[in-house]
Write a protein that binds this ligand. Structure first.
Ligand SMILES: Nc1ncnc2c1ncn2[C@@H]1O[C@H](COP(=O)(O)OP(=O)(O)O)[C@@H](O)[C@H]1O
Ligand SMILES: [Mg+2]
Length: 272
């Protein structure tokens, strides 16, 4: 498998009144084409900064970001993004919101074709009856489904999600996790998910990257070698519980605390 994304030695600092604030420090991540990568790490360590660098909205001080064999030097239309707040436009219907990226990226595509594409995605996520509603008429979970449709309607090479399920209740969140597996089966894309939910990362990802505290380095990488789609019961298997314990320990280390279990020191060594 070739790598769709290569983050090579990325180092970045924000200028502030008190001098530069180092946020990313020699970060290295490879994401194979068609795979799902989850990134977890302490709050404020630089995760959202990483998404902006991949999308070409910002450029690193040092190091390189490569997308599909090309160095990222400008904003990319081949990227789809979804955030914790679905940011749908209230003056547009759900259908019109989902069609928006096509209007920007494929202005010459016939309107009927844009609409067909948007409607088929809305059907895939169970929103076929809501195409003509306004965002405020939908529940939080439904709005996030619509937001995911909008993020992938133009068939982006990479779907970047920054804590997309963070504001949802636990059961709605689990529904959306399952929907994510369904979308991947129907719509091949490479995914980068920023999350603070370790179960979410283990259930969805092929690899989980743990970032250290700020400035973020690649502290640990966990491979989850299971084919998708996965049943929700996967989270309760002994293997998944073991993976969760390893990640939990790595988060403790990232936060500068001692690991919960003594085994964590060993697993950190295994990553190096
Ligand atoms: N535009 C900016 N200017 C200065 N500091 C920023 C800017 N954006 C983010 N930061 C700071 O950089 C650090 C990392 O931010 P961010 O990437 O949003 O972290 P995370 O998403 O992991 O919580 C935080 O301390 C944040 O306050
Ligand atoms: Mg963030």
């Amino acid at each position: 498998m070739t790598n769709l994304i290569e983050i090579k030695g990325v180092t970045h600092a924000y200028p502030t009144a008190d001098g530069p604030l180092p946020v990313l420090d020699d970060l290295n991540i490879s994401i194979p084409e068609g795979s799902f990568c989850a990134v977890v790490g302490p709050s404020g360590c630089g995760k959202s900064t990483l998404t902006r660098l991949i999308a070409g909205l910002m450029f690193p001080d040092k190091g390189e970001v490569w997308l599909h064999g090309e160095r990222v030097r400008s904003p990319r239309s081949t990227v789809g993004m979804a955030f914790q707040n679905p940011v749908l436009l209230e003056w547009r219907t759900i259908l019109q919101n989902v069609m928006l990226p096509l209007e920007i990226v494929a202005p010459r595509m016939p309107r009927a074709q844009k609409e067909d594409r948007a409607r088929s995605l809305l059907a895939l996520v169970g929103l076929e009856g809501f195409a003509d509603k306004r965002p405020s008429e939908l529940s939080g979970g439904m709005r996030q489904r619509a937001s995911l449709c909008r993020a992938i309607v133009h068939k982006p090479e990479i779907l970047i999600m920054d804590e997309p399920f963070g504001a949802l209740d636990a059961f709605t969140r689990e529904d959306l996790w399952q929907l994510m597996h369904k979308l991947r089966a129907e719509e091949p894309f490479t995914a980068l998910l920023i999350t603070h939910d370790l179960r979410e990362s283990v259930y969805l990802a092929d690899q989980v990257i743990v970032l250290s505290g700020r400035p973020a380095r690649t502290q640990y990488r966990l491979d989850i070698p299971l084919p998708g789609p996965r049943p929700l019961s996967m989270i309760y298997t002994p293997q998944a519980v073991e993976w969760l314990a390893i990640l939990r320990d790595q988060i403790e280390i990232a936060q500068g605390r001692a690991p919960v279990r003594s085994g964590a020191v060993q697993s950190q060594e295994a990553a190096q």
